[in-house]
Ligand binder design. Structure first.
Ligand code: DX5
Ligand code: ZN
Length: 224
């Protein structure tokens, strides 16, 4: 079952609760929240107070994507604020194994993230312990960018690798997903699809969620 995760980066922050409720009517389980520190990612977005407010506004699982340095220091605070899933970048975590285990020990699901240019092999030794892997299909920092096609080759290879080894982590993709390319994204074997502009940039976010999910499901219908 493929999940669509709307990214609130593309929402209107002055009407965030309303915008989330609109998307939720499309039938969702998870919401994606991008945290940027102006160092690792060349932008600022949201922090702990916004996660706390969103936590009160919805029962959806909150998937917090940390594009920050010093994740060991901040991840526990995001979990205390209500994050259910926390992902950290391989490129920003010198002690990735420790960071992932810390997230799990604080009670959240731990994800490892790779930028488009970072090889899958850099995660080899943590794949048996992660709850999910997030493959960036754009360079971090901004919504509304174009999907980098080779990210789908990475997704395909990771899916094959996971299935060969019998691992159970979910594969997530983030950046540039649209109704036009969501079939190819789904065919590449991902489980969780993040969509910002393609949900909150549309006049009817609920319908946008339904369209993305149905198109993605149709693309993989009949797959073993
Ligand atoms: C980029 C963020 C993405 C972004 C996706 O740094 O990680 O989650 O919100 O936005 P779209 O779907 O518009 O590319
Ligand atoms: Zn993200």
């Amino acid at each position: 079952m493929i999940e669509i995760l709307p990214s609130i980066l593309a929402a209107d922050f002055a009407r965030l609760g309303e915008h989330i409720a609109q998307a939720e009517r499309g039938g969702l389980n998870m919401l994606h929240l991008d945290v940027m520190d102006g160092h690792f990612a060349p932008n600022f977005s949201i922090g702990i107070p916004v996660i706390e407010s969103v936590r009160k506004a919805t029962k959806l699982a909150l998937d917090v994507h940390l594009m920050i340095e010093d994740a060991d220091r901040y991840a526990p605070m995001f979990i205390a604020a209500g994050a259910d899933c926390v992902s950290v970048h391989q490129e920003a975590c010198p002690h990735l194994d420790r960071t992932l285990r810390l997230i799990q020990s604080e009670g959240a699901r731990a994800g490892a993230v790779l930028n488009p240019a970072t090889p899958l092999g850099t995660l080899e030794h943590v794949l048996p312990i992660v709850d999910f892997v997030l493959l960036m299909s754009v360079n971090p920092g901004f919504g509304g960018q174009k999907l980098i096609p080779y990210a789908l080759d990475k997704a395909r290879s990771l899916r094959e690798w996971r299935d060969r080894e019998g691992w159970t982590f979910a594969i997530e993709i983030d950046g540039g997903v649209t109704l036009d390319n969501v079939s190819s994204v789904a065919e590449a074997g991902v489980d969780w699809i993040v969509a910002g502009s393609s949900v909150f940039g549309k006049p009817d976010p609920a319908q946008a969620v339904r369209d993305l999910r149905e198109t993605a499901q149709r693309a993989v219908a009949g797959r073993a």
